[in-house]
Design a protein around this ligand. Structure first.
Ligand code: ZN
Ligand code: ZN
Length: 221
């Protein structure tokens, strides 16, 4: 696990064999945090959070693919009361090992999740919740999977994009529930946000939306 310090509010942990980013977003005024995509063993991260006396508001799942939720069962065992924010359309995929792709890695994520009692917080497009003083808006961006979401923190100009938009690329649509037309619509929706928005993808480094709008080779609007 590699930790990259993006700034004081966002910590990035690069996890698992796919190099999936697990983000911690911290509201500096309150020390409240959200965890975005528990992509691997969360023990060390939870230790760090406890040492720094940060308060976890919730864990958010950008989408249900194995590489993004591999650490969810372990996390819920560590913190049984934690709220798990997920788009309502993504729940069936989470509980289907062919759709969440865990079957490809000889794992059975759905079985592990079924044995746990999880506080799901089902969300849909435009729903809002708070991390301390910061309002976080759910942007439903289907296409990579049916219930993929981005998280927009308007006050900061931050957007977490999961596997929908990367720096210089977009998400694959050849996995179960993927849809290229929907992905295109979702990218268009993202590009309506302010050009100076910083976005943080599920893999690779962060970028500025303006650069993607001008240069992303997969997007011709
Ligand atoms: Zn994915
Ligand atoms: Zn991924």
């Amino acid at each position: 696990m590699t930790k990259i310090n993006t700034n004081t509010e966002i910590s990035t942990f690069v996890m698992n064999e796919f190099g999936t980013n697990c983000y911690i977003y911290k509201d500096e005024q309150t020390n409240n945090i959200i965890i975005i995509d528990p992509a691997g063993d969360m023990n060390q991260i939870i230790d760090l959070i406890r040492q720094r006396e940060l308060n976890i508001v919730s864990v958010v799942i950008t989408h249900g693919h194995y590489d993004h939720i591999k650490g969810l069962p372990g996390l819920v065992k560590l913190l049984p009361d934690i709220n798990v924010v997920i788009h309502e359309d993504e729940i069936p995929l989470i509980f289907n090992d062919e759709e969440n792709l865990s079957i490809l890695f000889s794992d059975n994520l759905s079985k592990q999740l079924e044995t746990l009692s999880i506080n799901w917080m089902r969300v849909k497009d435009n729903d809002e919740f708070f991390c301390g003083t910061k309002k976080i808006r759910v942007v439903h961006t289907p296409g990579h999977t049916t219930g993929s979401i981005c998280l927009y923190i308007k006050e900061k100009g931050f957007l977490f994009t999961g596997d929908t938009l990367f720096c210089g690329s977009v998400g694959r649509t050849d996995f179960p529930t993927g849809d290229i037309d929907l992905l295109e619509e979702s990218i268009k929706k993202i590009f309506l946000l302010p050009m100076n928005t910083f976005f943080f993808p599920g893999h690779g480094g962060w970028c500025i939306l303006e650069k993607e709008i001008k240069h992303n080779p997969f997007v011709r609007l």
